[in-house]
Design a protein around this ligand. Sequence first.
Ligand code: NDP
Ligand code: 2IT
Length: 454
Amino acid sequence: MNSAQIKKTEKLNLNHFMQGLIKRNPGEVEFHQAVEEVATTVIPFINEHPVYLENKILERMTEPDRTIIFRVCWEDDNGVLRTNRGYRVQFNNSIGPYKGGLRFHHSVNLSILKFLGFEQTFKNSLTTLPMGAGKGGADFNPKGKSEREIMRFCQSFMTELSKHIGQDIDVPAGDIGVGAREISYMFGQYKRLKNEFTGTLTGKALSFGGSLIRTEATGYGCVFFMEEMLQHQGDSIDGKTCLITGSGNVAQFAAQKLIQLGGKVVTLSDSSGFIHDPKGLTEEKLQFIIDLKTKKRGRISEYAKKYNCSFHEGKRPWGIKADLAFPCATQNELELKDAKHLIKGGVMAVAEGANMPTTNEAIEAIRKANLPFAPGKAANAGGVAVSGLEMTQNSIRLAWSRDELEERLKNIMRDIHQQCVNYGSGKKQVDYVKGANIAGFVKVADSMVAYGAV
Ligand code: NDP
Ligand code: 2IT
């Protein structure tokens, strides 16, 4: 073997790889974190497969195909011109059109969207559906804005984004701050600009091409995944006390499915704090939350007043004793100290409804305690999976029934669980992080190898 050949298949070293990545992407701490979590488990696998080394797959997979950044100018209700920054990170389209959500939140920046787009690559691969990965959004804060301001912002955002997306190119959807209302405004503007009716966004309303179960899919899917993990150990959700954070789309429908399966949901939160209802949520209480959050756009503390339970301002719920934990709000909301509280409180398993809610140190602590831990790219893949099914229904111009879609969602989550078991089985416990990362990696990597140096 000559020196050139040796270099071609030189083994990867985690520290060296991460140093290079940090140097190329300075200050993008969330992106570094997401890559490190994947690289830690995938590098040993890559080192055993020279074809991935030779094709520099991890180096290529951590560089987005392209990043689009644009000005979004809109007028507020006082006639003042406002400027925000819009983004679309088209991360990887090896196995299908770019696919992933749009986030409107004041914290949005390139690092956050790159971490989300990178994670989406593995998540979408795990769904078994033909979807590449992308993520976008804006540093726009929807809180306190009027309906008309939201509409004008969405229209202005889409006026630029429309140049870069399409049903076979890139299909955005919702994420934090982007729900049915925003998708509708953006779809309306896209249709108007392009003079075409195609399924270029998912999460649409039922009357114009949306899919049943899409609203529920992420939360339901996360609970189905938890049920799979528990069943793998001969247990079930029935009778378990559950902690949920967030009170948005994912949290609401995780709560609903848990209630249906006999779980007792005792917490929900928003960015102001969490409520603790030891009696547990009921379907009626949940309807109050859904109305509060999607119509009145109020604060979770109003639940505590209405149902006479406690509200803990500025706090997280991880110190409450419970069997199951579902972080469903945002990134890095479950840190090492929180993981220690959970473990001390006897938690049996954790499933991430949000993207990267658990820090790498906290994941390590949960794994060391030998507890099943489902990373978001596996556990919250139900949302994008049903988005994929929405795309299929749009293409064939048919709409499937609720029962059929829920059954398909359940089967997809079961399949993802099996992929994690296949690649993550260990001596004591299935390592779901390793399983999800390697299973998600293989399909994309093999496609990239097949395409050659592109
Ligand atoms: P929503 O906007 O519907 O809800 C977000 C919830 O999280 C709100 O309760 C919000 O509180 C809370 N939250 C947001 N930022 C913070 C913060 N910095 N600190 C504390 N709480 C915060 O979003 P979704 O439910 O759609 O998304 C939640 C998570 O799930 C995100 O990580 C998202 O990426 C992920 N996800 C979403 C999918 C989807 O289909 N929607 C699919 C897969 C993953 P407040 O209202 O006070 O801001
Ligand atoms: O993080 C995610 O998977 C989403 N926000 C959903 C993406 C989608 O295209 O449905």
